[in-house]
Ligand binder design. Structure first.
Ligand SMILES: C[S@@+](CC[C@H](N)C(=O)[O-])C[C@H]1O[C@@H](n2cnc3c(N)ncnc32)[C@H](O)[C@@H]1O
Length: 345
């Protein structure tokens, strides 16, 4: 029998034990440990027990998990954040802290149905783990307002991360009116309207989401130029009169056939010369990565819709052509997000 420390065992351990790593991280975050140590570096186990309300032995187990995995380090009797733990001491609505409640409440149990979801070719994780009856995550979230809030806090923080790059690199100077399909909590819409003073944006999303987007728009004072339209992108035609359409973190949720239908719908709504922009996680044309494309594809298939995945730029460009849209280029936003740009000839 092989010794458990043999190389193959050790190399596989991060895969086999990944769930423990997440639990150490998530429990420490929920208990506010990273924030406590950012304020009071060098707290002892006894002090941490007092501040978190944990008993002595649970405190030891948590601290052992966090030091063994490199989230914390111990110096003498005192504990300190490491560069891994430190970013989790910040605001709960900002990445990476914003990811943890969604990963725990939204993904963790549901992604355990990955293999069944592959075999049954549908989102078994959603059906098994999320209360409600809607066939997609977004419908179920509208039946669960607390979860919807957790989701949009996470999603807004993701969009905020790419927003700087998006507003800097995407040239919308030629456009006056952008339709933001599946625009969510208005992060892209408000950032783009802030960057391009002559641009108006219409966020088209499901009714409960459009309502929370309106609150966000009111906070930014952009009501004159950022509006919402309650719309089901599959049932309804897109409103006319916009000279550009944006799909941000939206098309990858759906099957290739539905993506094609949505692109045709966008093409119908645009006049000649209109622009089309697809902001999406990046998968290389060789279909070998990056790893974020793999995580998200598993998530769309097992939970969100049961039909989507992160597609390659080449696929989008061929679907553009099928819809009589002309691809005009790709713009990378950081290492793993891309904008595929096009126009209606
Ligand atoms: C992953 S979020 C992206 C939000 C936003 N575009 C962003 O980049 O932050 C997907 C969005 O699609 C919306 N959505 C899902 N199904 C939809 C449908 N059938 N019609 C319109 N919007 C939909 C969801 O409500 C959600 O806001």
């Amino acid at each position: 029998m092989e010794h458990p420390d043999d190389n193959a065992h050790l190399a596989l351990r991060p895969f086999i034990k990944a769930h423990f790593h997440f639990q150490f991280l998530s429990a420490a975050f929920e208990l506010g440990l990273f924030g406590l140590l950012a304020k009071h570096p060098g707290l002892t186990a006894r002090e941490i027990a007092g501040l978190t309300g944990l008993n002595h032995q649970p405190t030891r187990i948590l601290l052992l998990g966090c030091t063994a995995t490199g989230l914390l380090r111990k110096e003498g009797d005192g504990y300190h954040n490491t560069p891994l733990g430190e970013p989790l001491s910040g605001a709960a609505e900002r990445a990476p802290a914003s990811y943890l409640p969604w990963e725990k409440q939204g993904i963790y149990r549901a992604i355990g149905w990955f293999s069944e979801a592959l075999q049954e070719d549908t989102n078994v994780g959603l059906h098994r783990e999320f209360p409600g009856t809607a066939p997609t995550l977004y419908g179920r979230l509208s039946e669960n307002p607390d979860m919807e809030q957790v989701f949009h806090t996470m999603m807004s923080s993701v969009s905020t991360l790419v927003a700087g790059d998006l507003t800097e690199k995407l040239d919308l100077s030629a456009y006056r009116s952008l339709l933001d399909v599946g625009g969510g909590a208005a992060i892209n819409a408000t950032n783009l309207a802030g960057r391009w003073p002559r641009l108006s944006v219409t966020i088209a999303d499901l009714p409960t989401v459009a309502e929370s987007a309106r609150k966000k728009i009111a906070e930014t004072g952009l009501e004159e130029r950022v509006r919402t339209a309650e719309l089901d992108a599959f049932r309804d035609e897109f409103p006319r009169g916009h000279d550009a359409v944006l799909f941000a973190h939206f098309l990858e949720i759906w099957s290739a056939d539905r993506v094609r239908a949505l692109l045709s719908k966008a093409a119908r709504a645009l006049s000649p010369g209109g622009g089309i922009f697809v902001v999406t996680p990046y998968q290389n044309d060789e279909q070998t990565g990056p790893v974020r494309a793999a995580y998200l594809s598993a998530y769309f298939h097992t939970i969100a819709s049961g039909e989507g995945m992160v597609y390659t730029c080449r696929e989008y460009e061929s679907w553009f052509r099928e819809a009589d849209l002309e691809p005009t280029g790709r713009v990378m936003l950081g290492p793993d997000t891309v904008v595929i740009c096009g126009r209606k000839p």
